[in-house]
Design a protein around this ligand. Structure first.
Ligand SMILES: C[S@@+](CC[C@H](N)C(=O)[O-])C[C@H]1O[C@@H](n2cnc3c(N)ncnc32)[C@H](O)[C@@H]1O
Length: 237
């Protein structure tokens, strides 16, 4: 109880406007290489709501898990026989962090949507844990995989519109032989992980993914992220 109370306060503090502003100037002065915007435009693309629901319908999935629910915009939209939503602050059905949830979980799911803490280390853990509790033929989806500029992906977070460095966890997953990994060009980038042999193994530098820089992503995002359109995604799942 006390741990969750402190956690909630910490998350709120990290996202307060003064803290965000402080980190914005920190990134601007010390890290931003002034590369500007990549130019992703998601306005005419499908929303995550339709993408997740259409996948559940097409594959006749029965069990849905969402990590990070916030105001339940997606969670409430999803129509699925069994739904579990995990968030330490708001929304969903279980008031825990993803780590706390997975440490005692015994259930398996068909579709897992990862949208909790958008930091590489945490996303990596969420992927590993989700793979353990994914039913055969299931799918893992991740939100916010395609940041448009340095600030949208900077850690610590420095603005309200924020993808974090989820993209690094996708790059890392793309180097694994046992999972097939894509990024759908829609709704700030929807990562897709399917448990089957990798059909497009990433051969990029062997440096560990955490140390990748925004400029690596800026210049190589198509190759690194294996970007596909929604229509292609529906075809390959
Ligand atoms: C971007 S919002 C989720 C939005 C929601 N999935 C949707 O599509 O409408 C991110 C949420 O993740 C939650 N969160 C932060 N750290 C978390 C963690 N360690 N485990 C699970 N959820 C976390 C936050 O409290 C916040 O509500």
């Amino acid at each position: 109880m006390i741990v969750n109370f402190i956690l909630k306060k910490l998350i709120r503090l990290k996202n307060s406007s003064k803290v965000l502003k402080f980190f914005y100037y920190y990134h601007y002065l010390f890290h931003d290489k002034k590369l500007g915007d990549i130019g992703f435009d998601f306005t005419k693309k499908k929303s995550r709501l339709d993408i997740v629901q259409n996948i559940i319908k097409k594959k006749e999935y029965k069990k849905y898990l969402e990590i990070g629910c916030f105001d339940d915009e997606l969670f409430n939209y999803i129509n699925c026989e069994k739904k579990v939503g995990v968030d330490p602050v708001s929304g969903g059905t279980i008031r825990k962090t993803s780590d706390q949830f997975f440490s005692s979980n015994k259930e398996y799911f068909d579709c897992i949507f990862i949208d909790g803490l958008h930091e590489y280390k945490q996303v990596r853990k969420d992927i590993t844990n989700s793979l353990k509790f994914l039913n055969k033929g299931g799918i893992i989806l991740l939100h916010d995989c395609l940041p448009n500029n340095y600030f949208e992906q900077a850690v610590p977070r420095c603005q309200w519109t924020w993808n974090g460095d989820v993209w690094k966890a996708i790059v890392e997953s793309r180097k694994s032989k046992d999972i097939d990994v894509y990024t759908c060009y829609a709704d700030f980038g929807i990562g897709v992980i399917i448990k089957r042999p990798n059909r497009n193994l990433l051969e990029f530098s062997n440096q560990d993914s955490k140390s990748l820089k925004f400029e690596d992503y800026f210049h190589n995002h198509k190759n690194l992220m294996n970007i596909i359109e929604y229509e292609k995604l529906i075809e390959i799942i």
